[in-house]
Design a protein around this ligand. Structure first.
Ligand SMILES: [Fe+2]
Length: 239
């Protein structure tokens, strides 16, 4: 691919105001947006280092285990962080958080009746290598109900945060699992107008990367911008 500029497609991201996703009513802007250039402190301020990651940070099966392995299906999630021309982006800090196999988050405000797993914390992090590659090991999360409509459920998903080279360069998205019928019933997913944009949030089952007798593998590439961009929920309307 060449390096030509690709115009941002503002229909790729959902509108900020989507009443069927109730929280968006209060969170969406009421006034026209202002464009603010980056400040010097944003561009030069403190960023994460490359030597602060612990050995188990990308292993959610072991990073919180107290008495044994967490309950649930063991999986590997891997892929690349790519720019608009398909080149890998090295040095990107990825953080991820998720519910346990029963759909329960380890959070004091979480009230879903599914049990907490004493051996599962549900968060981790890693940094992309020189080719933009990342991987982590975890338990496949369960679906969970949430107070939006009368009976709304989130499909199984993993939240992702990506940090670039400056602290202000943060992007947030969610990854879903291929073949899950709950994806297409989710009020948050339904705010995304283009089915192809939804498709880019769905990790593909990759039998070639499966670890025999151990873990299934899901492949999830994240594209920062351009025609194949991932939908980022903190960049609504492509802003
Ligand atoms: Fe969630």
């Amino acid at each position: 691919m060449n390096g030509r500029f690709i115009q941002r497609d503002r229909n790729w991201h959902p509108p900020a105001y989507t009443p069927q996703y109730k929280t968006s009513v209060l969170r969406s802007p009421r006034n026209a947006l202002l464009s603010l250039g980056p400040t010097i402190s944003e561009m030069t301020g403190p960023v994460f280092g490359h030597d602060i990651l612990g050995e188990l940070d990308n292993d959610l099966i072991r990073n919180y285990a107290k008495t044994g392995s967490p309950i649930g299906q063991r999986i590997v999630v891997y892929g690349r962080v790519l720019d608009e021309n398909g080149n890998g982006v090295p040095g990107t800090l990825l953080e991820f958080w998720q519910a346990n196999a029963g759909g329960r988050y380890r959070h004091k405000k979480e009230t879903y009746l599914a049990e907490i797993d004493p051996n599962f914390g549900g968060c981790g992090r890693t940094i992309t290598d020189e080719n933009g590659f990342y991987m982590f090991r975890t338990i496949k999360p369960g679906a969970y109900p949430w107070p939006n409509g009368v009976n709304d459920w989130r499909p199984a998903h993993i939240h992702f945060s990506l940090f670039g080279h400056a602290f202000a360069q943060r992007l947030i998205t969610q990854m879903y699992f291929e073949g899950d019928p709950m994806i297409w019933q989710c009020p948050i997913v339904k705010t995304i107008p283009d089915p192809e944009a939804i498709g880019r949030l769905i990790a593909k089952l990759d039998r070639n990367a499966t670890i025999p007798m151990d873990a299934l593998a899901y492949k999830f590439d994240i594209v920062l911008r351009g025609r194949r961009s991932t939908m980022f929920e903190n960049r609504m309307e492509g802003n």
